[in-house]
Design a protein. Structure first.
Length: 393
């Protein structure tokens, strides 16, 4: 039997239990899913905030599955009626959206799922569009060769280097935070340098009395391929991105040049004259499996991989003048893209693939042009009396 001393304690237990039942009977939950508008993939870590018709506000973040919820167990949930939502996530355009919220009975309500009324509001976020990638190139407009950068439409041409030597053959790092290039500013021989994307932090990577040049980043940014004549003839070398671990990967009496790393990092295309004329070869990233891709009587050089690795653009003189050709990654399907009586050279694909930058003297001196990857819509980007060339996109 209950004695008088125990009755208040049991009354408290009954009140707590009754409160839990009432909370279960009259609680609500608003939940939903936040997904990528392009892929429908869930977005983890998105922030969902609301302001309801009573002026109440709250916010939460989505879990690893892109789910969010506002329920009485964790705090207030939006009142029925118009609710202003704000949804944001890194890499996505924020969204503001007002929706009419009306709660319905939860058919699965239980003490394990204690919301008797619920509302589902799903949202999609659009990935933030990337700024068009800039083009880095060399220009002689200042009386010597310097590195410039410009927007993809030719605007915003900005000088990055400024010294009495020649700075040339610039190439973007994969994350576009740095630019590698070669320069003869020190003792007159060419060495490999790297700088930040704004031209600051110019740092020498190679220190050799021979010529080192034509840097090419590996797709993961950890290594740089380059050419050097430190062994008497030009060969392809590879080093770590900080200049350490310089290793020779070609070794023959011919002249090798213009290394270009495949997008998956497994192969390097390059130019060689080992067959008596310039040809485009490909090899494994360690130097093994060297194979002739072009096999023509003309001079083929300056390979450039498409972003998906399925094609290689290159420069050839097989038609009597220099043209930009494209071929499959195995050398098949060699096709002229430029078809112009002038000299077109040095192609570079846009990072997203549909366009190719190149240099041409069709207007009297070398300028940077761009075209679609099928050769159409050839458009001039630079326009001055000096030579602009060696673009990298």
């Amino acid at each position: 039997m209950l004695n008088g001393r125990n009755r208040p304690r049991y009354r408290l237990v009954i009140l707590i239990a009754l409160s839990a039942v009432l909370a279960f009977l009259f609680s609500g939950c608003l939940w939903g899913l936040v997904t990528d508008a392009d892929t429908n993939d869930p977005i983890a870590g998105a922030t969902v905030s609301y302001t309801d018709s009573n002026g109440h506000t709250d916010s939460t973040t989505t879990d690893a599955h892109g789910l969010y919820s506002f329920d009485q167990a964790d705090g207030p949930y939006p009142a029925s009626g118009p609710v202003a939502f704000e949804i944001s996530a890194p890499g996505y355009d924020p969204k503001t959206n007002t929706r009419l919220v009306g709660y319905n009975e939860n058919p699965n309500a239980s003490f394990a799922n204690p919301s008797s009324f619920w509302e589902v509001q799903n949202f999609t976020l659009q990935p933030t569009a990337a700024e068009p990638a800039q083009i880095v190139f060399s220009s002689h407009r200042d009386g010597n060769y310097e590195i410039y950068v410009m927007d993809a439409d030719g605007s915003g041409q900005t000088r990055l280097t400024n010294n009495l030597g020649n700075d040339d053959f610039a190439t973007w790092s994969p994350d576009r935070s740095q630019i590698a290039f070669h320069s003869n500013r020190d003792a007159g021989n060419y060495e490999i340098y790297v700088m930040d994307a704004d031209g600051s932090g110019q740092t020498r990577l190679t220190t050799n009395p021979a010529a080192d040049g034509q840097p090419a980043w590996s797709p993961d940014g950890s290594k740089i391929a380059f050419l050097s004549n430190r062994d008497g003839d030009y060969e392809i070398f590879v080093m770590n991105a900080d200049g350490t671990g310089q290793t020779q990967i070609t070794n023959n009496a011919a002249q090798e040049s213009f290394p270009a790393w495949s997008p998956d990092g497994s192969k390097i295309a390059f130019t060689t004259d080992r067959d008596g004329n310039l040809e485009v070869y490909v090899m494994n990233a360690n130097g093994s499996g060297q194979t002739n891709l072009t096999g023509s009587a003309g001079e083929d050089s300056l390979p450039s991989w498409s972003p998906d690795g399925s094609e290689i653009a290159f420069t050839t003189g097989r038609d009597g003048n220099s043209e930009i050709y494209v071929m499959d990654d195995n050398g098949n399907g060699q096709t002229n893209l430029t078809n112009d009586p002038a000299h077109d050279r040095h192609s570079s694909w846009s990072p997203d693939g549909p366009q190719i930058a190149f240099q041409s003297d069709r207007d009297g001196n070398n300028e940077i042009y761009v075209m679609d990857d099928n050769g159409s819509d050839q458009t001039r980007l630079t326009n001055n009396g000096a030579a602009d060339y060696a673009a990298d996109w």
